[in-house]
Every structure is written in structure tokens, then in C-alpha cells.
Design a protein around this ligand. Structure first.
Ligand SMILES: [Zn+2]
Length: 404
């Protein structure tokens, strides 16, 4: 069967067309049709397909195989002649990103000598992989300036077919395909590429070209960029973020970075100060608990604090001689247990794990002088600590731990 006639080759601005269905089949409960001619650009070379409708039925995918263009539809469609309609916004967006890439690739080549190895037109941004290790900021700036200069000059973009012999005289940026006639896309006096894509008539329609990111991918450099409408949206969004930040900090944009840096420094010193105070506070609290405890086994249940704070409190108490700490923490979700003992006591708190675990449905571990457990059975916390108390009590002769 004949190849599909690509109407977008002659006129990328055509959005409505009539065509005849020349092939129709059901695939994975979807309808796939081939037309004698189409405006739809198929997915190819890292570029997503056009969107639109055939007989008011949504075309959900377009692909190409051996010169034929396949339109995938969610719903069935009657055989015969059809009316096709392209989503112009998607086409224009793709035209801007795609033609922007031609200009950017040539700009990278002219300024850095970097060849474009691959191009991907994504749904939100696009990337070019360059055969370069790195590009310094000042050179990247020159590349972007040159690319936008070509846009501002509103140069003509022409497309034409040539034979292999004719194309020898054209300074193509990349080698042409091996088979068939070659479609050349010329950005007047600037770039010549073999390309089957959709392009505007003039560079002005591409709008702003903006590189937004770059990263090393293996040995190459991946450059992320936005053109036209996407660049405007990105600018609007970044401008809004910047305005919110300048209001928050009550400074003008150029002072923003130094304001944030100052904030970080202040925060760092405040954190240090707060840690110091916290340490002192825990020492005071440990002293108070020891002072008020009736015996050397200290059992207590806390609420509203963190497990880390509880651990610090326990460690401060066992620094003193011959203390055993049995702390519980009841949060709205869990029960935490901290068991600790002074190192001059011949105890191994890990022996308490099998005693406590089943009562709070918990898990945990530690070293001989400090064990921590956490579990979901909050109601078992009090019993667990009582059991631990009895266990420790039995380890020592009566009253040997009572004296303070
Ligand atoms: Zn192209």
C-alpha cells in the first residue's frame, strides 16, 4: 500500500482536512486507522504526536510504520471519508520547541563546537544531549544570546526536498538519512538540517529560547530548554515565586540571596544555642528527679515529649551511681520505653526486652546499660513498667537499691 501523504510537509498551519480511510483495524479494544492523507504528525525522533480528532472522535496516539501513519482512536469510526481536526495549541507548542531546537543546536555548534547527539521534546520541557563535557556560564550565555538574536531577526524558514547529489552542496548540520529524497529545513543563512518535522514560516514565531538547566549524563552534557509559550509560563511562575519571596523578606530581588544566607546563619547559631540550653535543662530535670525519687529504681510515665529527649534524661540520671531508670512515653500513636542503668550495677537491661515486648506489642534493642522499645499497645505501658520493676527488684537483695 502507498505511503500516507503528509499534509504538514507543505503546510504546517493547516488544522482541518478531509481524508479517506484506507485501512482500519481493532487493536487492544481500540480503533486504528490509516488515511490516504493526514495533518497529524506521528510520534517520532523523541517528539510526541499531534493531538486532535477524526470525525469528532479523539485521536489518542499517532505513530508511523514504513511510511504509513496510524491514528489510534478510543471509539470506533465508520469507514469511508473522514473530517480531521488538529489541536492547534499542541501543534504550535511543538513547532516552537522543535524549531527552537534547530536554532539552539546550531548556536551550540557555532559557539562551543558541540554537536547535538539527541533531542527529546517532552510534555513540559525539552532536552538536547551535546557531545561536550561542560559549558562555562559565560559561553552558555553567548549561546542563548545568539539563539535569541536569530529569533529577533525573524529569519525565514524554508523546507524543500533534494536528491542525495544535490544535498552535497548544502552545509547540513547532521548527516542525512540513507534512503529516499532528503527534506531540508533551512533557517535562512544560519542552519540547514535534514528534518521531517513541523516548523514555522519565520523564526519570530518561536518566541523566547531559554536554557533552564544542564547536567552531565555519562560523558555528555544534557541541556534542558523552553521556547515560546513554555518560556513565558516558566517566567510567569518564577516571577510570581520571586515576588512572594521578596515580600516575605521585605527586600528587593537582588538582595534576596544575601537575606536567605543571613537567615541560614542566624538559624544555625540559634540551633546551637538551643541545643546548649536543652542540655542544661535536661541536667536540671535529671537532678530534680533524682532528688525527689523515693528509691534508686526510678519508674515514670511521660507524655508530650520526644523519645530522644527521654533518652537524654535517662542518660543524665544513670551518670550518677547505682540508678535504674524505667521510663515510659505515651504518645497518641505509640508507647515508647527507655530502660537504663548506671554502669557500676551488674545489670543487663536487654534481659527486660522479652518481659516488655509482649505487653506493648513492641520491638527494640540496645546495650547492657540502655535499651529502647516502641510498640502500638499503649494501654500495656503501665503493666510493662511494673513488670520491669519487679524483675529488677528480684535481681538485688531486699533494700539494697533503696538507699540513696
Ligand atoms: Zn525540524
Amino acid at each position: 500500500m502507498k505511503e500516507t501523504k503528509r499534509l504538514y510537509f507543505d503546510d504546517p498551519y493547516q488544522v482541518e482536512f478531509q481524508a479517506k480511510i484506507v485501512q482500519k483495524e481493532q487493536k487492544n479494544s481500540r480503533t486504528v486507522v490509516v488515511l490516504d492523507q493526514t495533518c497529524f504528525y506521528p510520534e517520532s525522533g523523541g517528539q510526541p504526536p499531534d493531538k486532535g480528532t477524526l470525525e469528532n472522535k479523539e485521536v489518542i496516539h499517532v505513530y508511523e510504520q514504513e511510511g504509513k501513519i496510524y491514528h489510534v482512536l478510543e471509539d470506533d469510526i465508520a469507514a469511508g471519508r473522514v473530517k480531521g481536526k488538529l489541536d492547534w495549541e499542541t501543534r504550535l507548542d511543538h513547532i516552537q520547541q522543535h524549531a527552537g531546537q534547530h536554532i539552539l543546536s546550531q548556536s551550540f555548534y557555532k559557539i562551543c563546537g558541540g554537536e547535538t547527539l539527541s533531542f527529546r521534546l517532552g510534555r513540559t520541557s525539552s532536552t538536547i544531549d551535546l557531545g561536550l563535557n561542560q559549558i562555562p556560564d559565560d559561553r552558555m550565555d553567548r549561546v542563548e544570546r545568539l539563539a535569541n538574536q536569530i529569533v529577533f531577526q525573524d529569519r525565514k524558514i524554508r523546507t524543500y526536498f533534494m536528491d542525495k547529489d544535490e544535498v552535497q552542496n548544502i552545509p547540513l548540520r547532521k548527516p542525512p538519512p540513507q534512503k529516499g529524497r532528503i527534506r531540508v529545513v533551512e533557517i535562512e543563512g544560519f542552519d540547514y538540517s535534514p528534518c521531517g518535522g513541523t516548523h514555522p514560516r519565520r523564526t519570530g514565531e518561536i518566541g523566547l529560547i531559554k536554557v533552564v538547566n544542564r547536567e552531565r549524563v555519562k560523558k555528555n552534557l544534557r541541556v534542558e530548554f523552553l521556547c515560546g509559550g513554555r518560556a513565558r509560563e516558566d517566567y510567569a511562575q518564577k516571577n510570581s515565586t520571586l515576588n512572594q519571596l521578596t515580600q516575605l523578606f521585605s527586600v528587593k530581588a537582588p538582595q534576596l540571596i544575601s537575606s536567605v544566607e543571613k537567615l541560614f546563619l542566624d538559624l544555625k547559631s540559634q540551633k546551637k544555642r538551643s541545643e546548649k540550653l536543652q542540655k542544661k535543662l535536661v541536667q536540671y530535670e535529671a537532678d530534680k528527679i533524682v532528688r525527689e525519687a523515693p528509691e534508686k529504681i526510678i519508674q515514670r510515665v511521660f507524655g508530650e515529649r520526644g523519645p530522644q529527649e527521654l533518652r537524654n534524661l535517662a542518660l543524665n540520671i544513670i551518670k550518677k551511681d547505682e540508678f535504674v531508670v524505667l521510663f515510659g512515653l505515651k504518645t497518641p500513636e505509640r508507647a515508647h520505653v527507655v530502660l537504663a542503668c548506671s554502669e557500676n550495677l551488674s545489670l543487663d537491661m536487654r534481659e527486660l526486652i522479652p518481659v516488655i515486648s509482649p505487653l506493648i506489642q513492641g520491638k527494640g534493642g540496645g546495650r547492657p546499660s540502655l535499651v529502647e522499645l516502641a510498640g502500638e499497645e499503649r494501654e500495656g505501658l503501665k503493666t510493662a513498667l511494673d513488670e520491669a520493676y519487679s524483675f529488677i527488684k528480684k535481681k538485688f537483695p531486699p533494700d539494697s537499691l533503696n538507699q540513696k
